[in-house]
Design a protein. Structure first.
Length: 623
């Protein structure tokens, strides 16, 4: 068995757009010192060659003691590649449950190629959908950093010639990427599990959530709706962080072409997992000078491609932090100005919930990633001259996989989208600019997902209602204290305050008030994630309130202006008056409570050392 040949389509690819080229150049320039250090570390690891050759016999025996005899013989000969598997499997998480048998498939595929594979380690995989609105949510963002560290622990045994990464959801893929980047000398393949089949529509689910928030339906009706939406193995089908992760890994060349949104349990899904194994082994057998490694794929151009893909699809706002942290793990310095400037030239090409009514299965059926990449390449909005796991050139991804008489193959896509209500070409976009925007003003910098907000709701000027917790605002809603135009300022929700939990419990109530005709917006140093909804939300405000950010000086009644069109967020208070105010501080018992229960005690140092959201909300790297 040899890796499948991918016949690549012929696409006219112009020179990169001027803005794309300019942003790429400035990231490279500002990153020169840190990237040089990263490249030096990677080169030193590459020079050691097959690391187990220099290991003591006792070390080797420990590493392979439990392997079948035939596998041991291959490893003792020190010729065949050994693939390390890092898995985020658990069967509580629907997206990761399909990975239960994946190591067996990978090991057998490796044996068929005369190689071996081992599970090098496991990482935690936390579900924000389960922990939403609970104390455990305070651990969510920092689980990314734990995943990065546990990935490094697994690979640190240094007995591997390539690595496969099994992970899908919110913090898992960014964490795996950050850990993998520390082993930049290894050929690296990410193996997706795919989305669950379509269930209850996202619009219907949102409608029932709002009805429940108003007391119009009971818990039984709500649970029935949620069960209908989240009903089987695979990722949730809306376009949140998990599915944005899959888009990113594919557009960066770390997935096999077209593999991101193939449903679990299908013959095609299994064939792609087998092929991913073959691809990793083939890369490991390539001469070192020509080998495509993680470091080569984690390039400036591939990161710019990732941002372009995020903007074109209106992807998760979480990635305005994750991409920055992932890049930093590879010695690259990206900031929100890069996102903002690229958003001016990248059009919105998809309508996937919460940006529309379709789910990712509809997106895949309309043409999916192959169509999207072909369109962006043809418009000069993506770099084609990049390394991928299937060779040089992103044009190799402008295809879709299929089974040709049971054999995995790739084919070109039709010229037109199969559903222009879900996916469009660059000549007829849903909007001329990207689905994410950076807001700036006298309250700091923040992010808004404009693609999810109707144009008539993108500008809000209203008095502030200031609270220090999600619960405070929900209590006001339940007691009819929010029946007015207002901007909810929910502060002390940043990474240093409490780990930056998602605030999704606010979505139904704020949506109800907007539907009643009130001008409503949210401003917070917390998160709303990839499911940021129809209410305009300036999130990730940096610097955060606990670090003395301007949000700490806002008072209830201050007029706030959020302008998603102009890209501004301001408090309309005289500058001298505003600056003269002393910043508010959270009650001592609130901060104390944030550090206890549900394991939060163990994350004190993460909170203490976390950077602002604009720098990745990361606790791992020294400034």
């Amino acid at each position: 068995m040899n890796p499948t040949t991918i016949k690549t389509p012929h696409i006219h690819i112009p020179a990169p757009n001027a803005m794309v080229a300019a942003v790429t150049a400035r990231i490279a320039a500002r990153s020169k010192a840190s990237r040089d250090r990263y490249d030096q570390t990677t080169a030193a690891a590459m020079q050691t060659g097959r690391q187990r050759k220099g290991m003591g016999c006792a070390n080797m025996a420990h590493a392979f003691a439990a392997m079948p005899v035939n596998d041991k013989l291959k490893l003792h000969a020190e010729v065949a590649p050994n693939v390390g598997i890092i898995t985020a499997y658990n069967d509580m998480l629907s997206a990761h449950q399909p990975y239960e048998r994946a190591p067996d498939v990978i090991r057998e595929a490796a044996r068929q190629l005369g190689a071996t594979a081992q599970v090098a380690g496991g990482t935690p995989a936390m579900c924000d959908g389960v922990t939403q609105g609970t104390d455990s949510m305070d651990l969510s963002l920092f689980s990314r950093d734990v995943i990065a560290m546990s990935t490094a622990v697994g690979l640190s045994h240094n007995v591997f010639d390539a690595a496969l990464f099994l992970g899908v959801c919110d913090k898992i893929v960014p964490g795996l990427f950050m850990g993998a980047a520390q082993f930049g000398h290894l050929p690296t393949v990410f193996v997706p599990a795919g989305p669950m089949t379509s269930g209850l529509t996202n619009d219907e689910k949102a409608k029932i959530r709002q009805q429940y928030a108003q007391g119009l339906v009971g818990r039984d009706a709500l649970l029935k709706a949620e069960d209908g939406a989240y009903h089987g193995p695979g990722t949730c089908t809306f376009y949140g962080t998990a599915n944005s992760n899959q888009m990113l890994m594919e557009i960066m060349g770390l997935h096999l072409p077209g593999s991101s949104f193939v449903n679990p349990g299908t013959d095609l899904r299994r064939a792609l997992t087998v092929e991913a194994t073959a691809r990793a082994i083939a890369m490991a057998q390539t001469p070192a000078a020509e080998r495509i490694t993680m470091a080569k794929i984690a390039s400036v151009k591939n990161f710019v491609n990732a941002i372009v893909g995020l903007l074109a699809t209106g992807g998760s706002t979480n990635h305005t932090m994750h991409i920055i942290a992932m890049a930093r793990a590879a010695g690259l310095v990206i900031n929100w100005d890069d996102f903002s400037d690229l958003a001016t030239v990248v059009p919105s090409l998809t309508k996937i919930y919460p940006n529309g009514s379709a789910d990712v299965n509809h997106f895949a059926a309309a043409g999916g990633m192959g169509f999207l990449i072909r369109e962006l390449l043809g418009a000069g909005l993506l770099h084609n001259d990049v390394a991928t796991i299937v060779g040089e050139g992103l044009h190799r991804y402008a295809v879709e996989p299929w089974l040709d008489n049971g054999n995995l193959a790739w084919r070109e896509l039709p010229a037109e989208s199969a559903d222009a209500a879900v996916l469009r070409g660059v000549a007829n976009p849903f909007a001329p600019d990207g689905g994410l925007k950076v807001l700036k003003g006298n309250l700091g910098s923040s992010v808004i997902k404009t693609s999810a907000v109707k144009p008539e709701h993108r500008v809000v000027r209203a008095p502030a209602i200031v609270v220090s917790s999600q619960k405070e605002l929900l209590d006001l809603f339940k007691n009819d204290g929010l029946a007015q135009d207002f901007v909810a300022v929910v502060r002390f929700q940043g990474p240093r305050a409490n780990g930056m939990p998602e605030l999704h419990k606010l979505t139904p109530g704020l949506g109800i008030l907007q539907d009643k005709g009130f001008k409503v917006a949210l401003v917070t140093d917390g998160r709303m994630s990839g499911a940021s909804g129809k209410v305009p939300a300036a999130i990730h405000v940096s610097p955060e309130a606990l670090s003395g950010g301007p949000l700490a000086k806002v008072q209830t009644g201050d007029m706030i202006e959020l302008d998603g069109n102009a890209g501004t967020l301001r408090v309309l208070v005289d500058d001298a008056v505003f600056h003269a105010r002393s910043p508010a501080t959270p009650e001592a018992d609130v901060l104390e409570a944030n550090g206890h229960g549900s394991g939060r005690e163990l994350f004190a140092n993460f909170r203490r050392h976390a950077s602002d959201a604009e720098r990745g909300a990361c606790s791992l790297f020294a400034d």
